[in-house]
Design a binder for this molecule. Structure first.
Ligand code: NDP
Length: 271
C-alpha cells in the first residue's frame, strides 16, 4: 500500500489513490476518505468541480494521519482557466482544502486558447510552494507537444482514462519518454466491464475480484491507479492489490482487450 513512484521533481506519489468524483459532498465523501485512510490509502484525488475539496480536507484533518503522509491532488476547473483566474482559483481550492499546500495541482482539461496561460500560473504556484508538483489531465499528444514547446516546468503527471479497454499507448509512450507519470482515472471502467468474461476468468484463477484484477493490471503497467468508491468494503477491496501478481499470460490476455472504450469525456478531439 505504501508503494510510491517518484515524480520528475523528486516528490513521491503513492501508486494507489482514492478518487472522489461523484462522491456526494458532506458526510459521504468524508466517510470514504476516512475509510480509505484507515485502510492504508495515502492519496486522495479531488477537484474543484467535484464540490468536495472541503470534505477531503476535513476528513484528512480529523483522521489523525499527519498531513505530510497524505498526498492530496486537486484540479483547476475549465471556467477558471487563464493566468489570473487560475491563480485565484488555486487560492480558493487551497482555502477549501484548508492546508498550506496541495501535493499536486492539475489542469483538469486542455482548454483551447487558455491552457498555456493557465500552465504559466501553475508554474508560479509550484515555484511559490503552493503545490509540491503540477501536472495536467486529459492531455493527448498534441496538447502535450504544444505545452512542452514553451513550458519551463515539465508536467510531473498526466491524469488520463486508462484501463485494459482503453490503453492510451501513444500518450503513455510520450509521457514516459518525457518523464511524465501517467495516473489512470476510471481504472474500473466506471463498472462497465467488471463482468467481462476474460476479467472474470482471471479473477477466479487468482482468487481475487474483477476490480482487483483491473487495478493490478494498472500497477503492473507502471500506472498510478485512482479507483473511486464510497463503500467501505469496496474501498478496502480496491486497496488489497499489493499482495498478488498477474502472470505474463494473464497480462497478455488483458492487454488484448483494447477496444477504445471511453467511459467519460473524450479529449482526443480537442484542438
Ligand atoms: P471508476 O472506474 O473508479 O469506477 C467507479 C465505479 O465503480 C463506481 O460506480 C463505484 O461504485 C464502482 N466500484 C468501485 N469499486 C468497486 C468494486 N470493487 N466492485 C464493484 N464496483 C466498484 O470510475 P471514476 O470515473 O469514478 O474514476 C475514478 C476517479 O478518477 C474519480 O473518482 C476521479 O478522482 C478521477 N477521474 C478523473 C477524471 C479527469 O478528467 N481527470 C475523470 C473521471 C474520473 P461505489 O462508489 O458505489 O462503490
Amino acid at each position: 500500500m505504501n508503494d510510491t513512484i517518484q515524480l520528475n521533481n523528486g516528490v513521491t506519489m503513492p501508486r494507489l489513490g482514492l478518487g472522489v468524483f461523484r462522491a456526494p459532498r458532506g458526510e459521504a465523501t468524508q466517510q470514504a476518505v476516512r475509510e480509505a485512510l484507515l485502510a492504508g490509502y495515502r492519496h486522495i484525488d479531488t477537484a474543484r468541480v467535484y464540490g468536495n475539496e472541503l470534505d477531503v480536507g476535513d476528513a484528512v484533518r480529523e483522521s489523525g494521519v499527519p498531513r505530510e503522509e497524505v498526498f492530496i491532488t486537486t484540479k483547476l476547473w475549465n471556467e477558471d482557466q487563464g493566468y489570473d483566474q487560475a491563480l485565484r482559483a488555486f487560492e480558493s481550492s487551497r482555502r477549501r482544502i484548508g492546508f498550506d499546500y496541495v501535493d499536486l495541482y492539475l489542469l483538469h482539461w486542455p482548454v483551447p486558447e487558455k491552457r498555456l496561460d493557465s500552465w504559466r500560473a501553475l508554474e508560479r504556484i509550484v515555484s511559490e510552494g503552493g503545490a509540491r508538483a503540477i501536472g495536467v489531465s486529459n492531455f493527448m499528444n498534441r496538447h502535450l507537444e504544444e505545452l512542452l514547446l514553451t513550458a519551463s516546468v515539465v508536467p510531473a503527471v498526466n491524469q488520463i482514462e486508462v484501463s485494459p479497454f482503453l490503453q492510451q499507448r501513444a500518450t503513455r509512450a510520450l509521457c514516459t519518454s518525457r518523464g511524465i507519470v501517467v495516473a489512470a482515472y476510471s481504472p474500473l471502467t466506471k463498472g462497465k466491464r467488471l463482468d467481462h468474461p476474460v476479467v472474470d476468468e482471471i479473477a477466479r484463477a487468482v482468487q481475487r475480484t474483477p476490480a482487483q484484477v483491473l487495478l493490478r493490471w494498472g500497477l503492473q503497467q507502471e500506472l498510478v491507479v485512482l479507483p473511486k468508491s464510497t463503500r467501505p468494503e469496496r474501498i478496502r477491496q480496491n486497496g488489497a492489490i499489493f499482495d498478488f501478481e498477474l502472470d505474463a499470460e494473464a497480462m497478455q490476455r488483458l492487454d488484448a482487450l483494447e477496444e477504445g472504450l471511453v467511459t467519460g469525456w473524450d479529449p482526443s478531439m480537442v484542438p
